[in-house]
Design a protein around this ligand. Structure first.
Ligand code: HEC
Ligand code: HEC
Ligand code: HEC
Ligand code: HEC
Ligand code: HEC
Ligand code: HEC
Ligand code: HEC
Ligand code: HEC
Ligand code: HEC
Ligand code: HEC
Length: 321
């Protein structure tokens, strides 16, 4: 069976050759094996390829009491009518590896996933990737999540009717469990509506990695913003250079204590690049109403993203009134 040998090849490693005597097989003890030991035993099992003849039926003899295990059959991986499904092939062992001598009282370990698994993320993930190396996960190997040893099963659940991370109303919660800073940002005064409106972290990010910085779903930060703020793309007769180059020179994507997701407030925001604008003009001396009241520089330069109005001649940002 080709899947069998593929998974075995992915999991097989140099560790195979090392000592396999496994004196640690006392009942219940394998949970306490260290990673190298655990992986060596699994490698040996893959090399032997001792899959169970009865498949899932065999496993369920001992595991059917667990509601969690049975819930597999409520989800996509438990369907028998899909020719690519685990159930159409090696069944439970497509993910958990060959049974070997595990059925002798559960003594020999199986592949275990998720938090607390003694197995490296890379080895756990190779199981999932053996069926899921699609276009969406093209950039997985170079992704920060892979390099940080995040497991597929840290985000995904398969022994469930519906995987919570695929539901827009629960995705963000899973992400912010680890990304607490972005979680805090989204509750600031100005933020993207990530707790409603179906907008999620993956509206902007590909959690499986991408070729763009910060694993964005588009090729540049600006392209990302234009997906939903197309009116900011222009073209404008009078452009404002930083707007065309990088929205994040003025905005933060996740949340800000300032209005409009601004990194800083005007005039400081503007003066970080225009230190000398209006210098020497008494109208703009520090403390002048026009600079402190209302929207400061934006009192006059109101169309900060660019404009088609020709009224200002060589002036890129027309006055607003
Ligand atoms: C004869 C009974 C028996 C059979 C058959 C059996 N298991 Fe187990 N399995 C056990 C026992 C006992 C444990 C250890 C449970 C514990 O320590 O909580 C276990 C543990 C596991 C674990 C680890 C669970 C955890 O929380 O760490 C997995 C995964 C597993 N079995 C999968 C399978 C699969 C897949 C099959 C079929 C190929 C299978 N088992 C067949 C008895 C069995
Ligand atoms: C698509 C891959 C996949 C298949 C197929 C699969 N499992 Fe699992 N199994 C997992 C993952 C991932 C976990 C970790 C928990 C989770 O994500 O739901 C897990 C967890 C478990 C556990 C530990 C449950 C616990 O209480 O923590 C057992 C036991 C188990 N599986 C047995 C089985 C049995 C028996 C079958 C076949 C009926 C099976 N699995 C089929 C991927 C799979
Ligand atoms: C034997 C092949 C196989 C393995 C191994 C496998 N899957 Fe799948 N997976 C499928 C199939 C088939 C589907 C149904 C969709 C499809 O046809 O592509 C699916 C669907 C999914 C989906 C989409 C679920 C949905 O509700 O739409 C996720 C997420 C997923 N798998 C994650 C995993 C993870 C995580 C692992 C490893 C723990 C894993 N898969 C292992 C075959 C597999
Ligand atoms: C950081 C969390 C996270 C990790 C880690 C992760 N995923 Fe996903 N995955 C998601 C989210 C969110 C979605 C739904 C949105 C999307 O498709 O971008 C998804 C969607 C999917 C889907 C269904 C849609 C599709 O793209 O086909 C599959 C299959 C899948 N992931 C497999 C995997 C596999 C395999 C791994 C490990 C190599 C993995 N995922 C790792 C979060 C994650
Ligand atoms: C199990 C913990 C964990 C979960 C869950 C998780 N991440 Fe991460 N993520 C990390 C770690 C660790 C890093 C690297 C350090 C950092 O940038 O915070 C990272 C980095 C990132 C980066 C920066 C990528 C880069 O290349 O610079 C993005 C974007 C990201 N995660 C998005 C998400 C999204 C979206 C989700 C939910 C679908 C998610 N993460 C869920 C742990 C996690
Ligand atoms: C509106 C689009 C958008 C949404 C929604 C979004 N991000 Fe981001 N994220 C970005 C951009 C753009 C960057 C690039 C860095 C920057 O300029 O701040 C980024 C950067 C990151 C980084 C890298 C570290 C950093 O802050 O620079 C992480 C981690 C991250 N995002 C996680 C998340 C998580 C988790 C969520 C959901 C709570 C999320 N993002 C929602 C656009 C978004
Ligand atoms: C998936 C769609 C989507 C993407 C991508 C997106 N936005 Fe938004 N943005 C929204 C929505 C929805 C709102 C709320 C609209 C409203 O309140 O009228 C919003 C609001 C804003 C606001 C106003 C916030 C406030 O407090 O009123 C700013 C500024 C903004 N976005 C900037 C950006 C930037 C910069 C990017 C790129 C990093 C970006 N957006 C990417 C959908 C998106
Ligand atoms: C030079 C600084 C600067 C840059 C760069 C910038 N903005 Fe803004 N943006 C502002 C300021 C200041 C405001 C609030 C004043 C206003 O309403 O025009 C604002 C407001 C917004 C708003 C909310 C109000 C509205 O006009 O809808 C959105 C959405 C927005 N910006 C998107 C973007 C996008 C998308 C980009 C990149 C294409 C971008 N901005 C680049 C300064 C900037
Ligand atoms: C990230 C740097 C940056 C920020 C922040 C910034 N600008 Fe600019 N701005 C530029 C650049 C670069 C140009 C084009 C080059 C030039 O003429 O100085 C420009 C051009 C202008 C012009 C037209 C100048 C002319 O001679 O035609 C005005 C007016 C202006 N900006 C106002 C503002 C205001 C108001 C803010 C604050 C809301 C702001 N800028 C924030 C970089 C910035
Ligand atoms: C009372 C209205 C008003 C306010 C407030 C204002 N400007 Fe202007 N600004 C103008 C006018 C009118 C021009 C064109 C005539 C000129 O060059 O003086 C101009 C020109 C500019 C120019 C291009 C010429 C130059 O001096 O480089 C920049 C850059 C600029 N303003 C930035 C700013 C910044 C930054 C602020 C806030 C600190 C600001 N402006 C506040 C009215 C205003």
């Amino acid at each position: 069976m080709p899947k069998k040998s593929l998974i075995a090849a992915l999991l097989g490693s140099a560790l195979c050759a090392l000592s396999l005597a496994s004196p640690v097989m006392a009942a219940g003890k394998w949970q306490h094996m260290d990673q190298a030991e655990f992986e060596a035993v699994l490698d040996k099992k893959f090399a032997d390829g001792a899959y169970s003849k009865q498949g899932a039926d065999n496993c369920l003899m001992c595991h059917k009491k667990s509601a969690k295990v049975s819930a597999l059959f409520d989800g996509v991986h438990g369907r028998v009518d899909n020719p690519n499904s685990p159930m159409a092939g090696l069944q439970c062992e497509a993910c958990h590896g060959p049974m070997g001598k595990h059925n002798r009282g559960g003594k020999e370990p199986m592949i275990v996933f998720g938090e607390g698994s003694p197995l490296s993320a890379v080895k756990q993930n190779s199981v999932c990737l053996s069926c899921h190396q699609g276009e969406e996960r093209m950039a997985w190997h170079a992704s920060t999540h892979n390099l940080e040893e995040i497991a597929c099963a840290d985000c995904h659940q398969v022994h469930v009717a519906k995987d919570a991370i695929l539901d827009p109303t629960t995705e963000v919660e899973t992400c912010t469990n680890c990304h607490t800073r972005q979680g805090a940002d989204m509750h600031k005064r100005s933020a993207h509506p990530m707790d409603w409106a179906g907008m999620t972290c993956s509206s902007c990010h590909n959690p499986h990695g991408s070729l763009t910085e910060a694993a964005l779903t588009s090729t540049t930060i600006n392209d990302n913003c234009y997906q939903c703020h197309a009116e900011k793309r222009g073209p404008f007769l009078q452009e404002h250079q930083p707007v065309m180059e990088d929205c994040s020179s003025c905005h933060t994507p996740h949340g800000s204590v300032n209005d409009d997701l601004l990194q800083r407030r005007a005039p400081q925001l503007c003066q970080s690049c225009h230190a000398s604008a209006h210098n020497g003009n008494p109208l703009f001396n520090s403390g002048a109403d026009v600079m402190t009241a209302g929207k400061s520089c934006l009192n006059c330069h109101s169309q900060i993203h660019g404009s088609n109005s020709p009224m200002m001649g060589q002036h890129a940002i027309p006055l607003g009134r």
